[in-house]
Design a protein around this ligand. Structure first.
Ligand code: SF4
Length: 464
């Protein structure tokens, strides 16, 4: 039996920060701190194996590196594994040194999309022992079961060969069969820290499916969970939600899935089972505009869905084509209209600075966002995350600003496109937020969603 510390590391400047597969975001008005679902699912696998596991989400509980140092020094875990993200990568890798200083015997390892595609870069940090590549649970379990001499046999890891000093990349591990994916173990986590944006109610994440069969050129989803949709048995997912309700009193769920609505038969089975169960669950999810229809939306609403988020990306068909998203402006229009007609709240996510973007196409996107009956809009900078086709495109075309290394975030543009420098994209993003939320209609829509108990906080954050 090993003692294992799993954690989401403190972020620079004591910010709230979520690092979860393809999602790496700073906490703010929309980007709430998510419960660390990968760590919690990993904990479930490890606990079943008899290990002693503790999970700490440092940004969620407002604790910093001092606190991490004390915990490592006093608890002296056999293993410490933590989440990493592209925007905070230098900080995240540096954590290894802190652990080495405070407990030299602890084996250190990292998970995340960035380190999965750039393990050599990660292992330049001499205090880091292992990189867990791609879907983490099974690989991490195998590491904790084995002794160091057996690392040669463990698929899915990169590590430093102590004798030769070279970096070794073992072959990839296979993905976990959907029926073998365990529900997250939330027990060792302080879940009171996680609150729905605008609502302030406690929530948890449920991940009914993993993997995405699409290849949008800016997205890291397939790196983490693969390119095939793996659907967990509906009975497992319903049991998980029932357990969350009984054990923690959690009724609000964010269905975290790369494309939950991609398989309509599964979606229907899920909704019918949830309706049948009578569980008073209220949920939100992400979707693609080309995967839903009015019948599905009605059933989802009946099953407790109250808000749906679409990645709309652009209001220009050519830009959409360039992004590999394979949706059209008309499809976006129709999906938002249907969702609104069904009585759902609708969020739209847009991106500025995709290949081919110009001032004119950004204006078109903004005009489109203002035209749609959206309750929420978010505007990101297109970001060439390592491992994506966009990263290769940006590198090969010399669009990347050198000063950033590989530390990118969606809140600051890092690509100078032909005729469109990054600063113009950033400037336009701010303009888009002002234009969208400066309208009385948008304020009224938003106000209708905000719980009175959190209203002051929401509007304070909006003024930033
Ligand atoms: S549909 Fe595209 S953006 Fe959405 S998860 Fe899949 S690859 Fe990513």
């Amino acid at each position: 039996m090993a003692t294992i510390l799993l954690f989401n590391p403190p972020a620079p400047g004591s910010r709230g920060f979520t690092r979860e597969g393809r999602c790496t975001q700073e906490s703010g008005i929309w980007g709430t701190q998510w419960p660390p679902v990968s760590l919690s699912t990993t904990a479930a696998f490890l606990k079943r194996d008899g290990h002693l596991v503790r999970i700490i989400d440092f940004p969620a509980v407002g604790k910093g590196t001092d606190s991490l140092a004390v915990i490592v020094r006093t608890e002296t875990p056999d293993f410490a594994f933590w989440n990493t993200g592209t925007p905070t990568i230098a900080n995240d890798l540096h954590i290894a040194l802190l652990i080495r200083h405070n407990c030299p015997k602890t084996v250190t390892g990292v998970i995340g999309t960035h380190v999965s595609v750039l393990p050599e870069e990660a292992l330049r940090e001499p205090a880091l022992d292992i990189v867990i590549r791609h879907e983490p649970e099974r690989i991490l379990l195998n590491v904790c079961r084995a002794d160091e001499r057996a690392w040669t046999e463990i698929k899915g890891i990169s590590y430093r060969d102590g004798k030769r000093g070279t970096i070794v990349h073992n072959p990839d591990e296979t993905l976990i069969a959907p029926e073998d994916i365990l529900a997250p173990n939330w027990e060792t986590l302080d879940i009171s820290a996680y609150r729905l944006p605008l609502k302030g109610r406690r929530f948890l994440i449920v991940a009914p499916v993993r993997g995405c069969p699409y290849r949008c050129n800016f997205c890291t989803a397939p790196i983490y969970y693969g390119g095939r949709l793996r659907k967990r048995p509906v009975s497992h997912v319903i049991a998980e939600m029932e357990d969350n309700l009984i054990r923690f009193g959690i009724k609000d769920i964010f269905m975290w899935a790369d494309t939950f609505t991609a398989d309509r038969a599964y979606l229907r089975e899920f909704c019918l089972a949830l309706i049948d169960s009578g569980l008073p669950i209220s949920w939100t999810c992400n979707s693609r505009v080309d995967t839903i229809d009015i019948e599905s939306l009605r059933m989802m609403k009946e099953a407790g869905l109250w808000m749906i988020s679409f990645g709309l990306e652009s209001g220009n068909d050519e830009i959409l084509r360039n992004s590999g998203k394979h949706i059209s402006v008309d499809q976006s229009k129709e999906a938002v209209r249907m969702a609104q007609k069904t009585g759902l709240k609708v969020a739209g996510h847009f991106m500025f600075g995709l290949p081919g973007e110009t001032m004119e196409t950004m204006e078109q996107t903004l005009k489109f966002a203002l035209f749609l009956p959206l309750d929420i809009a978010q505007f990101y900078a297109a970001t060439p995350f390592p491992g994506t086709d966009l990263y290769e495109l940006a590198k090969n075309n010399g669009w990347l600003q050198r000063r950033n290394g590989t530390s990118f975030s969606q809140s600051t543009a890092v690509m100078d496109l032909p005729g469109l420098p990054a600063w113009k994209v950033d400037h336009f993003r701010k303009k888009a937020y002002r234009a969208f939320y400066g309208r009385p209609s948008a304020i009224l829509r938003l106000a209708a969603m905000v719980e009175p108990s959190v209203a002051r906080n929401v509007f304070r954050l909006m003024k930033r």
